[in-house]
Ligand binder design. Sequence first.
Ligand SMILES: Nc1nc2c(ncn2[C@@H]2O[C@H](COP(=O)(O)OP(=O)(O)OP(=O)(O)O)[C@@H](O)[C@H]2O)c(=O)[nH]1
Ligand SMILES: Nc1nc2c(ncn2[C@@H]2O[C@H](COP(=O)(O)OP(=O)(O)OP(=O)(O)O)[C@@H](O)[C@H]2O)c(=O)[nH]1
Length: 466
Amino acid sequence: MLPVVALVGRPNVGKSTLFNALTRSRDALVADMPGVTRDRHYGVCHLGPRPFVVVDTGGLSGVEEGIDALTAQQVRLAIEEAQVLVFVVDARDGLLPQDQGILGELRRSGKPILLAVNKTDGLEEQDALGEFARFGIAAMLPLSAAHNRGTDDLIAAALPLLPPDEDESQPHVEDDSIRVAIVGRPNAGKSTLINRLLGENRLIVSDVAGTTRDPIRVPLERDGKRYTLIDTAGVRRRARIDEGVEKFSVIKTLQSMAASQVVVLMVDARENLADQDLTLIGHAVEEGRALVIAVNKWDGMDAYQREQCQRTLERKLVFVDWAKTVFISALHGSGLRELMRAVVRAHASATLELGSSDLTRTLEKAYEAYQPPLVRGHAPKLRFAHPGGSNPPTIVIHGSRTKHIAPAYRRYLENFFRKRYKMEGTPIRIDFRDGDNPFAGRRNVLTEGQQRKRQRMIREMKRRKK
Ligand SMILES: Nc1nc2c(ncn2[C@@H]2O[C@H](COP(=O)(O)OP(=O)(O)OP(=O)(O)O)[C@@H](O)[C@H]2O)c(=O)[nH]1
Ligand SMILES: Nc1nc2c(ncn2[C@@H]2O[C@H](COP(=O)(O)OP(=O)(O)OP(=O)(O)O)[C@@H](O)[C@H]2O)c(=O)[nH]1
């Protein structure tokens, strides 16, 4: 599961700036909760060797009353969900009494704390840190979030504090099921869909103590295909018991997406596609996941409403025009065969094994048909292509002056490859590299299937030795 790191501190110390530096996100996920003045922001940091969720908690003032108390409650939830806390302070303000209050709160959680002393730019480091040494936090890191300095050290300090990756310790190597995350806003119909899919084969491990907060993995076999459904249901169950927990957990949604190969985003046809739906879609794409959009509650809509709905979707979803939209009724079970077919197709496209010589030939054709505009009188050259990984399919292209290739040309190539390989339902990544040697970085070119094969071979060899 993706681990969680929370940024906590007084208002204005630079938490949002740090959040942006860590997640490089243009579009943070926001949990819009009524009655709360400050929203929490969520993103994924990919800068280190292991990704993690970053939560920008909004400010804690250290003295909470009224509205502040509500915000504080949200911050406490974030603290509860996180495995590592980054306590952000402002070097220019120095140590304030509120900081002491916040630190007390953080310490009560018993979780590891990193002290990030921000805005150290233009200050003597020793002077800037000196005052905060009084906190007695060993991991004290100078930072200038605005100038992107110190973030690498912060990540390096956070990584060893994260819990071990269970997904790594229990490899799913032998598991050939398609991992599907079913996500969507509250009430979209996720539970109804899952129950419908499971039907009589209902295998739900119900209410296993201690697991209720994690996304649940449910095996499903249907039409001869095996799936693992990844559901955020645990959060919902707990929400029923404890009203304090949000019904929609961005963290669990991000974790489900990270654990999946295909994301099924469910929307309610009766509601307009909300900003949060679009942000979720954007996030799935950024993470490179294959995507199917399931428009639910299609039953009981008249022809006019259906047409209106289809038009809106077409307009708003142009940025993922490669994703299949399926109209379903989870309640009545209609459209589910088509939905699962789209999932299988998206998975097949996302894990398609591509060959270097074929990719290079396709690249040559694309280049012949249309060349990138000249850069100072010279055309960027594109020479070789080879696979760089799957889910999402990544195509590495070697050439010269590739830094100058415009986004429009990148999109042109994406579409060209997409058409050539009939890829549906998955984003495609193109990774330009300057230099001639297509075999540089060879270690990374194994596809998921090849990696599995290799691991099987290694295991087999070991067994024989014994
Ligand atoms: N000099 C300097 N200024 C910074 C740095 N980081 C952030 N700032 C500035 O500090 C101010 C507050 O930054 P934010 O990132 O909005 O702070 P925040 O903690 O998220 O504040 P709230 O959203 O109010 O909780 C902004 O004007 C930033 O430009 C830094 O490293 N150096
Ligand atoms: N008419 C109609 N109603 C549906 C359909 N699917 C779900 N519903 C209803 O929508 C409501 C919400 O469904 P759930 O399956 O609980 O939705 P969810 O996405 O799991 O919701 P949370 O638990 O809040 O995350 C329920 O009252 C369902 O009966 C459908 O296809 N058609």
